[in-house]
Design a protein around this ligand. Structure first.
Ligand code: CP
Length: 315
């Protein structure tokens, strides 16, 4: 799929950004650049995964990740099965391990998993014979989101090295923030996190990021403003006084965005809560990359599936 000979990817699974080297991340981004070209053609089908079976196993809701993994697998020629957990035997009390063993017996080649518990995808990967891709586990990691974000930034800014990137909002509950901090720093960016102290993990400085609780201060001089969703489904108790207050101090509107660099670009992994963490006119405005992030999601997932293909049995 890549234009030149791709460097081989040395891992059987993609469970996180943590543990990947800079050349490995950049290799995936290069593959994804080539996949963007394929996805923009009329004829999008390739044969890399012809005859292979990919199962998408999502224990949490998803629009972008699940549909883009399905498209990516199909564009590479795989047979893709989306397993609906809502109507599966998980609802009758079957454990994650038993579900994994059951699916493993059907001899899939790749399982893509999203789970509400941090570490669940690592556990599942130890119980199956095929490659496993983490599509988001609790507040731990969302590696393909970080890769698509890096690809979007690199294609728009021409580089990641030296950029000042602000990750804003509910960092505490965000797997996207964690994967992006690791990935963007590995690629040479300087990363700030911005949010109310109740939504910043204790000891976040240890990740090498600058920390701001005042959004107006934190946005000054930024090249990229990455907003995060307020993840109320992961909150036990009240982390913000009210949505109205939250938007006033931490919602991205035109006044706050004007404090970043004039050519700053705005990102959001989705799903967005308009009027909570981001104003509608900013989400849909000229500086927004949010739609492009979705397009890059398919390309990055094609790149990841292709990179893992060399580890599949009989390959
Ligand atoms: N960004 C993201 O993971 O979106 P979905 O929950 O829709 O997959």
């Amino acid at each position: 799929m890549t234009h030149g000979t791709p460097p081989s990817f040395p891992h059987r699974h993609l469970l996180g950004i943590e543990g990947l080297t800079r050349p490995e991340i950049e290799g995936l981004l290069d593959r994804a650049d080539a996949a963007v070209d394929i996805s923009r053609q009329v004829e999008k089908k390739r044969v890399t995964l012809r005859g292979r079976t990919q199962i998408n196993l999502f224990f949490e809701p998803s629009t972008r990740t699940q549909s883009s993994f399905e498209l990516a697998g199909k564009r590479l020629g795989a047979d893709v099965m989306n397993m609906s957990v809502a109507s599966s035997s998980v609802k009758k009390g079957e454990t994650l391990i038993d579900t994994a063993a059951t699916l493993n017996a059907m001899r899939p080649d790749i399982i893509v998993v999203r789970h509400q518990s941090a570490g669940a995808v690592h556990l599942l990967a130890r119980k199956v014979d095929c490659s496993v891709v983490n599509a988001g586990d609790g507040a731990h990691e969302h590696p393909t989101q970080a890769l698509l974000d890096a690809l979007t930034i690199r294609r728009n800014k021409g580089r990641i090295e030296g950029l000042q990137i602000a990750i804003c909002g509910d960092v505490l509950h965000s797997r996207v923030a964690r994967s992006n901090i690791i990935s963007l720093q590995a690629l040479g960016a300087r990363v700030r996190v911005i949010g109310p102290s109740t939504l910043l993990p204790a000891g976040i400085e240890r990740f090498g990021v600058e920390v701001f609780t005042n959004m107006r201060e934190g946005l000054k001089g930024c090249d990229i403003v990455m907003m995060l969703r307020l993840q109320r489904e992961r909150m036990n108790g009240s982390f913000v006084p009210s949505v109205k207050e939250y938007f006033r101090y931490y919602g991205l509107d035109g006044d706050k965005l004007a404090l970043a660099k004039p050519d700053a670009l705005v990102m959001h992994p989705g799903p967005m809560n308009r009027g909570v963490e981001i104003a509608s006119d900013i989400a849909d405005g000229a500086q927004s990359l949010i739609r492009e992030q979705v397009e890059m999601g398919v390309a990055v997932r094609m790149a990841v599936l292709e990179a893992l293909a060399c580890h599949l049995p009989n390959e």
